[in-house]
Design a protein around this ligand. Structure first.
Ligand code: ATP
Length: 366
């Protein structure tokens, strides 16, 4: 099923939850709606589900306008954060419920339940009630119940946020492979950038009801459309430094002592709405794009280590340089201590107009 949102706006009294959203979700694609709390993710999902009506704009499923189609007639399976299982019913009855609503014959119902139970690995839980299941098991049942009707679209609203970190990773990998296997067009709401990065074909990043970027995880990470996108994706987050161009050199502003020059030839310019004329800007450097150089002659600047965080496979160094603090992500075999002065070099610098955020025009990236 291809889903098209055309210039969708949703206003509640006093709040515009979604503003002029236009996107196309391709057949069989998994798209994550990502963004901070209150940015309009759930409202967008609810409009696609038919639980909320857009104030303006149109929604199309396979070319057919569905604005006036009731939720139950949209051929959608939904999974929520709180499982929403019927507590008085067994797992079997929970999964069977949507089939009964469709007046499916008993033998066929049995077959469908068996099939879904096998797929979700919950065969041995069928006679239990939700209260006798762990959170992860309940969520498997909820997904099974959503899939048993063989819907054309699967909508998931923060489905794993009640689960512990390890289980989240396990279930998100499972849902991803299941989704690919079934080829079902899926929209997944999350505020967790790592979750979105790891499962999406494309991410739709929102802020205050406005789409910021719509592209593949890799494209969004390596070609952020604006400062917000660059800052939202990445852990530890990107470093921002206030800069200006002076005599064709990229200089850090407000350095305190002295002046610090950044290697202008490593800049990515223009993609984030920065014109050639602008001389005052912000430079974004990802922690993994900073490395420890062999010596001063190979470095871009020097810095003093002010904190060291060891994570096993890598080390985060907090470095003070010319009045600014930066985080660098270096490999585990470095052995630096607080107070060490080190030589650093950068691989890539993103340039953004200062604090200004260009809004995405809704075109899909690759
Ligand atoms: P979260 O991650 O916290 O769930 P979200 O991105 O899903 O947030 P929405 O729930 O879509 O955000 O809400 C977007 C905005 O619309 C918020 O400012 C919210 O307060 C407002 N809003 C949502 N539903 C209603 C409603 N029924 N009445 C009034 N305002 C609403």
């Amino acid at each position: 099923m291809v889903i098209i949102l055309k210039n969708i706006t949703k206003k509640f009294r006093g709040t515009t939850a979604v503003k002029g959203l236009s996107v196309e979700i391709r057949e069989g694609e998994l798209v994550c709606l990502l963004g901070p709390s209150g940015c309009g993710k759930s409202t967008t999902l609810s409009m696609i589900a038919g639980l909320e009506l857009p104030t303006e704009g149109d929604i199309f499923f396979d070319g057919k306008r569905v604005n006036q189609v009731e939720a139950e007639d949209r051929d959608i399976g939904m999974v929520f954060q709180n499982y929403a299982l019927y507590p008085h019913m067994t797992v079997r009855q929970n999964i069977e419920f949507p089939l009964r609503m469709r007046h499916m014959a008993k033998a066929q119902r049995e077959e469908k339940i068996r099939e879904v139970a096998r797929m979700m690995q919950i065969e041995e839980l069928l006679n239990r009630r939700p209260g006798q299941l762990s959170g992860g098991q309940q969520q498997r049942v909820a997904i099974g119940r959503a899939l048993v009707k063989q819907p054309k679209i699967l909508l998931l609203d923060e489905p794993f946020s009640n689960l512990d970190a390890r289980l989240r990773i396990e279930l998100r990998d499972e849902i991803r492979s299941l989704q690919k296997q079934l080829g079902i067009t899926t929209i997944f709401v999350t505020h967790d950038q790592e979750e979105a990065m790891s499962i999406s074909d494309r991410i739709l990043l929102m802020k205050e009801g406005v789409m910021q970027q719509y592209s593949s995880p890799k494209d969004m990470y390596t070609h952020p459309a604006n400062r917000f996108t660059a800052g939202f994706l990445g852990n530890p987050p990107i470093n921002f430094l206030p800069c200006r161009i002076a005599e064709e050199k990229l200089m850090v502003r407000d350095c305190g002592q002295g002046c610090m020059e950044l290697p202008g030839e490593k800049c990515v310019r223009g993609q984030a709405g920065l014109t050639e004329e602008q001389t005052v800007m912000e430079a974004g450097i990802r922690p993994e794009d900073i490395y420890v150089a062999d010596g001063p002659e190979h470095s871009d600047f020097e810095g003093k280590v002010i904190a060291v965080q060891t994570l096993g496979k890598e080390i985060y160094l907090k470095v003070e340089t010319c009045g600014n603090r930066l985080t660098a992500c270096v490999s585990w075999d470095h052995n630096y201590g607080i107070g060490d002065v080190i030589y650093l070099a950068v691989k890539k610098i993103y340039l953004f107009p200062e604090k200004g955020e260009t809004e995405c025009d809704g075109k899909a990236g690759e």
